[in-house]
Design a protein around this ligand. Structure first.
Ligand code: GLU
Length: 331
């Protein structure tokens, strides 16, 4: 995976976010909660990457409960779009979200058409997620354009995967009607449906390696296909939060060569209404325990603190800024 390219692309957006956030620094900080207060982390399907990492974040937060009184729990959800809606509605405190979904929420585009979320804030970014197309080998899908006429899972409506998949379909001029079936299965159902021959392919925007792709690779004859073409090139060129990357060869059975695609960053978001102290405690819990965090999933094995400030398009939450400044990660 060309992680360097990807992170470099995130820089511009990061600077913009930092500048924007500077103007918001006056948001008041409530006193530290004295009694136990529940906070909920919106993740994804339990077999994805968001869910186990959300669990890790909660373990780090809960380890210091006697100091701050926060009791952190994770919830399995449909993914990025669901999580942003939930944090903005006040139903959850923080959530995982793809960096492109973050941008579309802020600007009121795609899944957030007519309902922009100007109070969406970022705590930090976490790791690269690649739009990955997995197909049954007998479906003969070698590249995204081959999905025409096939049975394809285009994503749970609450996922970021769904939005990114629809953008690629539009970029490659593939309409829903061009598919034999466009299903909306949950993450946990995708690999079983593929191997039960209910669908020919599914897309998933996720960190590598992960259990869903492993399951598809080991339970039946499947392969990862490329996501390429002039339309994809334009999508990546026009949007700083997209970057080209490869799914490495030999990572999954059935796919010996690297498969070109593009990716986003997984990020942690909250509402500007989340108390500054809560955002600070969560940010501190992850950054102070980063060495342990990196050991918990291969998708985060190579991340660095500096990179975790890159790639967000919405302003940082004041609680995250407080921690970054305290540690000299931000001026
Ligand atoms: N990026 C995915 C989505 O929001 C979720 C990935 C995961 O659960 O690990 O669609």
């Amino acid at each position: 995976m060309q992680s360097k390219t990807r992170f470099n692309l995130g820089l511009k957006a990061c600077v913009a976010a930092a500048l924007l956030a500077g103007g918001l620094a006056g948001v008041s900080a409530p006193a530290v909660a004295q009694q136990s207060k529940f906070i909920t982390v919106g993740t994804g399907g339990i077999v994805g990457v968001y869910y186990p990492l959300g669990g890790a974040i909660c373990r780090f937060v809960n380890a210091n409960r006697k100091d701050h009184g926060l009791r952190c729990t994770v919830e399995s959800t449909g993914g990025s779009v669901f999580n942003i809606n939930a944090v903005m509605a006040g139903d959850m405190d923080i959530g995982f979200a793809q960096s492109d979904t973050q941008y579309y929420a802020m600007t009121g585009a795609n899944a957030f058409k007519d309902k922009p979320q100007p109070k969406l804030r970022a705590l930090f970014s976490v790791y690269p997620e690649l739009l990955t197309l997995v197909a049954r080998q007998d479906a003969n899908i070698k590249t995204f354009a081959d999905i025409k006429g096939k049975r394809v899972n285009i994503g749970d409506p609450g996922s970021g995967t769904r939005g990114t998949t629809e953008l690629v379909m539009a970029a490659l001029n593939i309409k829903k009607e061009d598919l034999k079936l466009a299903s909306e299965l949950k993450f946990v159902e995708m690999a079983p449906a593929l191997c039960d021959n209910k669908i020919d392919a599914f897309t998933f925007v996720a960190g590598h390696p992960n259990a869903i792709f492993q399951e598809a690779a080991t339970s039946c004859a499947s392969n990862i296909a490329t996501v390429v073409g002039p339309g994809v090139d334009k999508l990546v060129k026009d949007n700083p939060f997209y970057a080209k990357a490869n799914v490495p060869g030999k990572m999954y059975k059935g796919t010996d060569n690297a498969q070109a695609t593009f990716g986003v960053l997984a990020t942690i978001v909250a509402s500007a209404d989340l108390p500054e102290q809560t955002a600070y405690i969560i940010t501190k819990a992850v950054f102070d325990n980063l060495d342990d965090f990196k050991k918990l999933h291969p998708a985060v094995a190579n991340i660095t603190k500096e990179q975790m400030l890159e790639g967000n398009t919405v302003p940082f939450h004041p609680g995250a800024i407080k921690y970054f400044k305290e540690k000299g990660l931000m001026k």
